[in-house]
Design a protein around this ligand. Sequence first.
Ligand SMILES: [Zn+2]
Length: 69
Amino acid sequence: MATWKSPPRSAQTTIACARCKKPLMARRSCHEARLHCEGCGKDYAIGDYIKEMDEALEQFLEALNCDRV
Ligand SMILES: [Zn+2]
């Protein structure tokens, strides 16, 4: 049985929502990661914010890649 720590399902980022400026949550479903705003409820594709990626999002995506093997 695998004993490694599974990657987090979500991570708090410091990336501001384009609509309401609240920090976005990175979330993953089966094979897709999205950015979700808890302020206005909008979901964004990671690609929309890839240029603003912060450390939290970077680590979140790295964990996802490990999980995909
Ligand atoms: Zn928002």
